[in-house]
Design a protein around this ligand. Structure first.
Ligand code: LFR
Length: 478
């Protein structure tokens, strides 16, 4: 292997992984050290992330990473956004809630009673998502928030456990709804008016800055060499993924497709127009001060939750590639295209029953077989992806001529093809591991292993991870 070495902890909604990256001016290689399941746990008070298990598994992976590659000097951590742990005197006060937990509904009403969404949008630039951190804070019992001395988003929590340094990384902090745009500092006025104790929000840190050296006990346990430290990266997984989209940002839309489909464009200024507000687009903070103007589409969650429903019924695993093969045999025009963004699809539960209910309410025939459900989900996702890509271009003033799909969804050939067909433009699929690559690249740049703008980093991705091209076919609904 050539190039210097870094390690990435990448926590996704269904699994986490530790990856070693080797990076040099012409090199970008990643090696998977370990992958471990992320299994949320429901207790009497709601749905939680089992962060201790995730941290334990990440530590094991890091130990293995340092054993096989002693040259690693830097670690970067990313995960999904918005969720947080509350701490007091360094001690975690209970497992973080999962953003799919329904407790946030009460928080939404409480926040909007004080600050309506349109005003929030002017201040924080975010689309409405019922689980944005500010709504979750509003759903916390007041005395719990008052007792805490620190709130840390998930990657910041892992970084704190590794280094003892508590910071809020900017890209992820932008998803709390409590940063003031432009400028991106904590919005003191909003924080005060929502009754969030200001003292629980740590100082911000930018991607590329050093969070801190590993704690001595952690370094010893991991077998890490002198100088091993944590580097802040785009710790919101979507921010890291966007770094590694091999796109020409002035002519492309991207879809970071995993559990969610994050569909948007990258721009260098905020877009706080009435159109962006009406279309529920978000201005999330990107690496190097870029703006991720995007919309959350429900994503592969809809398919995987349907599969989980059938698996519960059957009592055994269902093979996804086989299901998708059978879905491909179903004519697209024979299945309903439903609105994947309907909030009813957000919470865990019986997905086929909810699709049936949507179809009944909209007077269309529901799918009958599993292959038909799968096809209907793929068609509905492809339609939502195509529409959001074009809308992102219109709203952001980007002449979208190509759509990039990165993340696990890049492996779903039917979805990539149907997105190209329905958008009427080529889809470039891959890299699958964009998030980890973005994580690795920002660390590598901070270490001086590569240099340059995001464009230079994307050139490196384009040369080392050539995307697969899906040309649009004439018949968009075939
Ligand atoms: C994707 C993601 C999205 C965010 C959602 C919830 O993994 O980070 O960007 O809206 O999860 O945190």
């Amino acid at each position: 292997m050539s190039g210097g070495a870094v390690a990435a902890i990448d926590l996704g909604a269904t699994s986490g992984r530790v990856i070693v990256g080797h990076v040099g001016p012409d090199t970008l290689e990643t090696t998977l050290v370990t992958r471990f399941p992320n299994e949320p746990v429901a207790t009497g008070d709601g749905l939680h992330w089992d962060v201790l298990s995730l941290y334990g598994a990440a530590l094991k992976g890091l130990r293995e990473a340092f054993r096989t590659e002693p040259a690693i000097t830097s670690i970067g951590v990313d995960s999904w956004a918005v969720d947080y742990a509350l701490l007091r005197d360094g001690r975690m006060l209970g497992d973080p809630f999962h953003y799919r937990d329904e407790r946030t509904a009460a928080g939404v009403d409480a926040v909007h009673a004080r600050v309506p969404h349109a005003e929030l949008f002017e201040r924080n630039g975010l689309q409405f998502l019922p689980f944005n951190t500010l709504y979750q804070f509003a759903a916390e019992p007041r005395d719990v928030l008052a007792f805490a001395d620190t709130a840390l988003l998930i990657p910041d929590l892992i970084g704190y456990w590794l280094t003892g340094v508590a910071r809020a990384e900017q890209t992820n902090a932008s998803t709390t709804g409590l940063l003031r745009v432009p400028g991106g500092e904590w919005d003191e006025e909003l924080i005060a008016s929502l009754g969030v104790p200001r003292s629980i929000l740590p100082p911000l840190i930018a991607p590329g800055e050093t969070l801190g050296a590993l704690r001595t006990d952690v370094a010893a346990a991991l077998g890490a060499g002198a100088g091993a430290h944590v580097t802040a990266i785009g710790s919101h997984d979507t921010a890291s993924a966007v770094v590694a989209v091999p796109m020409q940002a002035d002519a492309a839309a991207y879809i970071s497709c995993g559990t969610w489909g994050l569909v948007g464009v990258e721009v260098d200024r905020l877009v706080l127009t009435p159109e962006a507000l009406a279309a529920n687009f978000t201005n999330e903070g990107g690496v190097d001060g870029r703006v991720r103007l995007l919309h959350n589409v429900m994503g592969l969650w809809v398919l995987s939750e349907a599969v989980r429903t059938w698996e519960r019924e059957e009592g055994h695993r269902i093979d996804l590639p086989t299901l998708l093969d059978s879905a491909e045999e179903v004519p697209a025009a024979s299945v309903p295209v439903f609105d994947v963004n309907d909030p009813r699809f957000l919470a865990p539960g019986d997905m086929p029953a909810r699709i049936d209910a949507w179809c009944a309410e909209h007077d269309v025939a529901a799918p009958r077989t599993r292959a038909e459900y799968a096809r209907s989900i793929v068609e509905s996702l492809a339609q939502a992806f195509a529409e959001a890509s074009l809308e992102a271009g219109r709203i952001g003033g980007v002449d979208v001529r190509t759509i990039h799909i990165v993340g696990g969804g890049a492996l779903n050939e039917l979805l990539c093809q149907r997105t190209a067909d329905r958008a009427g433009m080529p889809v470039l699929a891959g890299p699958v591991e964009a998030t980890a690559l973005g994580n690795v690249l920002v660390q590598a740049r901070a270490l001086g292993l590569v240099s340059g703008s995001l464009e230079a980093l994307r050139d490196l991705v384009a040369h080392t991870h050539r995307p697969r091209r899906y040309a649009p076919r004439a018949d968009r609904t075939a």
